[in-house]
Design a protein around this ligand. Structure first.
Ligand code: FES
Ligand code: FES
Length: 177
């Protein structure tokens, strides 16, 4: 007679219910314990903006926000985001919050194949919020965790520095108006 108890293999593959708010929309999902966040976003939710590159937390192509802070999505299991908020490039883009950054990337030719671009934009958007007066050197350091294999970093740094300067000028103008 078979034991009614589940084996360790059963437990490790059995889908579990999770409640995750993705890009502002709460939802209940069923995910396997070993599914990492990016596979869940791409395969279960169809949000293909985040990419998987190294899958070792090195390249930054998988960058998303978890409860408002950027994380490497390839190092997070979907079940770990139960009860939490996840924001992806799709949500950030739809909100209009980084329109100036996206336009600067286009103006400066800061992308070619686009594989790294969502991660670059996610990282840069957090920089713009946390370090609005960042120097070029600080931008280079902040973005050093995101790899681009085809554009080169000069154009990416140029685009971010331009947005920093434009936003700074707008703030000064707003304060003196
Ligand atoms: S795929 Fe996550 S850091 Fe490279
Ligand atoms: S634009 Fe191709 S990897 Fe960055």
């Amino acid at each position: 007679m078979m034991s009614p108890e589940k084996s360790i293999d059963d437990l490790s593959t059995e889908a579990r219910p999770v409640h995750i708010t993705v890009n502002g929309t709460p939802g209940q999902h069923s995910v396997q314990p070993r599914t990492h966040l990016i596979d869940f976003l791409r395969e279960d939710l169809g949000l293909k903006g985040s990419h998987l590159g190294c899958e070792h937390g090195v390249c930054g192509a998988c960058t998303v926000r978890l409860d408002g802070q950027i994380v490497r999505g390839c190092l997070v299991l979907a079940v770990q985001t139960d009860g939490r908020r996840v924001d992806t490039i799709e949500g950030l883009s739809d909100s209009g919050a980084i329109r100036d950054l996206q336009q600067a990337f286009i103006r400066h030719n800061a992308l070619q194949c686009g594989f790294c671009t969502s991660g670059m934009l996610m990282a840069a958007s957090e920089l713009l919020e946390q370090k609005p007066r960042a120097s070029r050197e600080e931008v280079r350091e902040w973005m050093s965790g995101n790899y681009c294999r085809c554009t080169g970093y000069q154009a990416i740094v140029n685009a971010i520095c331009e947005v920093l300067a434009t936003r700074q000028a707008a703030r000064i103008e707003g304060a003196t108006a």
